[in-house]
Design a protein around this ligand. Structure first.
Ligand code: FES
Length: 191
C-alpha cells in the first residue's frame, strides 16, 4: 500500500511499491493528462512530468515507494477550470505544439514560475528543455512563460480560455486563428 496526496485528495495505491508513479497515475487513477513516451530507462521525452512537492519531475522515474507521503499534482489538478496562468497564457499565445507534450510544458512552466515569476529566456529554455518540439512554436513558448509570469504578478490579465464543452463556433470566435466550416456549424446548431 502506498499513500500520497494527488490533486489535493488522499490516495492509496494497492500496487507493487516499485511501480512507476506514471503508470499508477495513468492506469490506476485514470489521470491520463500525464503522458507516457514509453517510460523505459533511456526515455528522455519528458512528457510524463508531474509536480512532486511542487517540483516538476519525470513520473516514470519515480516509484510509488519514493512518492510515499508526497504531494502530487498532475495537469488535471493544476486548476479545475483551466485558469492557471500557464494555461491562460498558452491559449493566448497560441503556443500549443501537440496534445502529447502540452500538459508537460504547462507543468514545467508552472513549476518554474512558482520559483521565479520573472524568468529569463535562458531559464525558460532550461526548464522546458527536452519537452518542446524544435519547431516554429518555440518563440511562442518563451512568450507564454513570460506572459504567465506577468499574470501571476498581476501585471497583466487575459480572458479565460473557452470552457470545456463549448460549441465549436464559440471556441472559434474566441480563438482568432481558428475557423469552423459552415457544415460543422449547422450540425452543431442542430445538436
Ligand atoms: S515517459 Fe519519457 S521521460 Fe518519462
Amino acid at each position: 500500500m502506498s499513500r500520497m496526496t494527488i490533486n489535493g485528495a488522499p490516495v492509496e495505491f494497492e500496487l507493487d511499491p516499485r511501480t512507476p508513479l506514471l503508470y499508477a497515475l495513468r492506469e490506476a487513477a485514470n489521470l491520463t493528462g500525464t503522458k507516457s513516451g514509453g517510460g523505459q530507462e533511456d526515455c528522455e521525452c519528458g512528457v510524463c512530468l508531474a509536480l512532486v512537492d511542487g517540483v516538476a519531475l519525470r513520473s516514470c522515474r519515480i516509484t510509488l515507494a519514493e512518492a510515499e507521503g508526497r504531494e502530487i499534482t498532475t495537469i488535471e489538478g493544476l486548476s479545475r477550470d483551466r485558469s492557471h496562468p500557464m494555461q491562460q497564457a498558452m491559449v493566448a499565445e497560441q503556443a500549443i505544439q501537440s496534445g502529447y507534450n502540452t500538459s508537460a510544458l504547462v507543468i514545467a512552466g508552472a513549476a518554474l514560475l512558482e520559483r521565479n515569476p520573472a524568468p529569463s529566456e535562458q531559464e525558460i529554455i532550461e526548464a522546458l528543455d527536452g519537452i518542446y518540439c524544435r519547431d516554429g512554436t518555440y518563440p511562442r513558448l518563451v512568450r507564454t512563460v513570460q506572459r504567465a509570469g506577468r499574470i501571476m504578478l498581476r501585471q497583466e490579465s487575459v480572458s479565460a480560455a473557452p470552457a470545456s464543452g463549448i460549441r465549436a463556433q464559440d471556441a472559434a470566435a474566441a480563438v482568432p486563428a481558428l475557423s469552423v466550416p459552415e457544415t460543422s456549424k449547422a450540425s452543431s446548431d442542430s445538436d
